[in-house]
Write a protein that binds this ligand. Structure first.
Ligand SMILES: [Zn+2]
Length: 355
């Protein structure tokens, strides 16, 4: 935007007045730059931990969905460099990096729209936050933003007899939804969260991130038992091993294997089952903190203190806010199209074309 205004000013004025105009531009734009920067910084730092879902209208130029974005600057972590790619060329690497290509085509299309929306919401030249871990990039290629893998990488992972077919399928899901994004009240959805599998119900953003969003509400997501361990995983620990793990992750917890069953207590959980508060020895932590501390599939967990072992049963995989990928596949198998899938998981949204 700033470059465009400079060009407009430069052609409209004659040389003699250029310096005055430049000063004027600086005075006019300086506060805008500062305000965009401060909002972006705030967003990028909060996005990871608590999520921020609503930008106010003045902070970003997405109100007009007529925008056209061709390029996205992607940080490729294995090469430690930023690569500028065409948005539509980047997307097959995200769809195949984030969702099994064997999933139904309508689920892949839903993933393509969510991934495109997520990418656009990060584009810095439009006022997006960029990636807080990769200065200069719009987005990184890891789970921190959204996973991107090149065609070559996917070909190494996939069976030779299937790989061309799988890649073509992913590309066709991206092409079939070209330029389409999720909007809420005519604005780009800034936080199209998605995850692997739910417990049968998705989570309200407020329960998991501590910040609510009109389109990230808890919805039913039946049929996800087909996801196997992504749906339900039971971890088993010897008492001593679990106490050691907890003390390593949370040194102030100071738990002991002998009294573990008394020292751990779930204090509160959401309606869908995500633990929101948990007593662990001398401290209280959130379910998410405990999940990441112990490297569990989800914060939707329960304890079973048995004679020799402690079992932790996790339902779902991921934060469970927004679209469930396994749930999307189940919906597609049952005949839903990608728009129906997206508007189910992101309540009140629309699928619109950007150009
Ligand atoms: Zn990132």
């Amino acid at each position: 935007m700033r470059n465009m205004m400079r060009i407009i000013f430069a052609v409209k004025i004659n040389k003699g007045k250029y310096i005055i105009a430049a000063i004027l531009i600086f005075i006019l734009l300086f506060p805008v730059s500062v305000s965009i920067l401060s909002k972006s910084d705030k967003k990028s730092s909060s996005l990871k931990e608590i999520g921020e879902f609503n930008l106010n209208e003045s902070s970003i130029k997405f109100n007009d969905i007529g925008i056209k974005v061709d390029k996205v600057k992607v940080f490729i972590s294995s090469e430690n460099k930023i690569v500028e790619m065409n948005l539509e060329d980047y997307l097959p690497g995200v769809v195949s990096g984030e969702m099994p290509a064997g999933f139904e085509i309508e689920a892949l299309k839903a993933q393509a729209v969510a991934a495109r929306t997520f990418a656009l919401a990060h584009v810095k030249s439009l006022g997006g936050a960029g990636c807080s871990k990769a200065p200069g990039a719009d987005i990184c290629d890891t789970v921190h933003c959204q996973v991107y893998e090149s065609k070559e990488q996917k070909f190494m992972e996939w069976n030779e007899s299937q790989r061309q077919e799988l890649w073509d399928k992913v590309v066709s899901a991206v092409k079939a939804t070209e330029g389409q994004v999720l909007t809420y009240n005519g604005e780009l959805v800034m936080s199209p969260q998605y995850f692997s599998a739910s417990s049968g119900k998705t989570e309200d953003a407020a329960a998991v991130f501590g910040s609510s969003s009109p389109y990230l509400k808890s919805v039913d997501s039946p049929g996800e038992e087909i996801a196997g361990e992504d749906y339900k995983k039971v971890y088993q620990y010897k008492y001593k091993d679990l106490a050691d793990l907890i003390n390593k992750a949370f040194p102030n917890a100071k738990v002991s294997d002998a009294s573990l069953h008394k020292q751990i207590e779930i204090l509160s959980a959401s309606e869908a089952g995500t633990v929101t508060k948990l007593k662990v020895g001398s401290i209280t932590v959130t379910g998410s903190q405990f999940r990441f501390g112990l490297n569990l599939h989800s914060a939707n967990f329960t304890f079973n203190f048995k004679k020799d072992v402690v079992e932790i049963q996790c339902l779902g995989y991921g934060h469970q806010v927004g679209m469930s990928q396994w749930g999307a596949d189940v919906m597609a198998k049952n005949g839903s199209n990608y728009v129906q899938i997206l508007t189910h998981y992101y309540q009140g949204t629309k699928v619109q074309k950007t150009q």
